[in-house]
Design a protein around this ligand. Structure first.
Ligand SMILES: C[S@@+](CC[C@H](N)C(=O)[O-])C[C@H]1O[C@@H](n2cnc3c(N)ncnc32)[C@H](O)[C@@H]1O
Length: 258
């Protein structure tokens, strides 16, 4: 059987690896992934043939995983967070569909059974660290304009603002992209108050985790890097403090019923 698992490894700490992910890894002989993610899997992949590729080599990584599976090696392609969210799953399906449309036959990726194993995405882990920021309708927007035109991204930020969605910004900043987050904040400020609660969640669940609570108008791109998720509440999100901590949540509207 030609089998390819697209496996989610969660935000970082092994406590957030699901049993489904562990079972999928158990079933395969070969693992494909970005080197750093495979290091994080440590003992789980020790007995496997590991094929590491570099960051930015997504197409090669997806093609390698499909080729290994086509050759009859049960294979897992691993991605951090959820493999279906800004990650490898859609790259694999894009390659498979293109091959089907082009009628190419060898190696025939269409013979591979693909199973997607979901996981915990950075936005869920980040929201849980402060309370329940994602408590009501939310959306995610990637600020990477390497593959998506900036005009499209701006349109989506305006729509999120108009719809009053809680917004999680993935890929907020990188060495080559240093202005996009500041512009996104400027746009959201057209729709919601400056004091709207927000978080900068860096390396969530990893040893260097840092969670910062702040207001929308205090977000600065210069304080953020590519290991950070930025989430901004909607116009009703609230912050409150008890003797044990400071929480942010987005109400679901129960206050009238309490
Ligand atoms: C290419 S996306 C991958 C998203 C991933 N598939 C997920 O579901 O979380 C990379 C971006 O996700 C966010 N991210 C992923 N893991 C994170 C973590 N542990 N802590 C904070 N942000 C994270 C950052 O915004 C980073 O730039």
């Amino acid at each position: 059987m030609q089998k390819l698992f697209l496996v989610s490894t969660g935000p970082g700490h092994s406590d957030f690896l699901t049993t489904a992910t562990r079972n999928a890894i158990d079933e395969v002989s070969d693992i494909v992934g970005y080197g750093l993610y495979l290091d994080l899997l440590d003992h789980l992949v020790k007995e496997k043939v590991c094929h590491t590729t570099n960051l930015g080599e997504e197409i090669d990584r997806a093609a390698l995983a499909l080729n290994l599976a086509s050759e009859g090696k049960a294979t897992a392609l691993v991605s951090s967070g959820d493999v279906g969210i800004y990650a490898m799953a859609s790259v694999v399906f894009e390659l498979m569909e293109r091959q089907e449309l082009n009628g190419e036959s060898y190696p025939h990726w269409g013979d591979v059974e693909v199973r997607v194993v979901p996981g915990i995405s950075a936005m869920q882990a980040a929201s849980s660290r402060v309370g329940a920021l994602l408590g009501h309708d939310f959306c995610t927007i990637s600020l990477s304009n390497l593959l998506t035109p900036w005009q499209t991204i701006e349109k989506r930020i305006h729509s999120a603002g108009q719809g009053d969605f809680v917004v999680s910004f993935y890929n907020p900043v990188s060495k080559k992209r240093d202005w996009q987050l500041d512009r996104a904040v400027e746009i959201l400020l057209e729709y919601r108050p400056a004091a709207t609660p927000a978080i900068l969640a860096r390396n969530v669940t990893r040893p260097t985790e840092r969670i910062q609570q702040l207001s929308l108008s205090e977000i600065r791109g210069e304080n953020v890097d590519m290991f950070t998720l930025v989430s901004v509440g909607n116009s009703e999100s609230r912050r409150f403090t008890t003797s044990r901590g400071s929480y942010i949540y987005t109400p679901r509207g129960y206050s009238g019923k309490l």
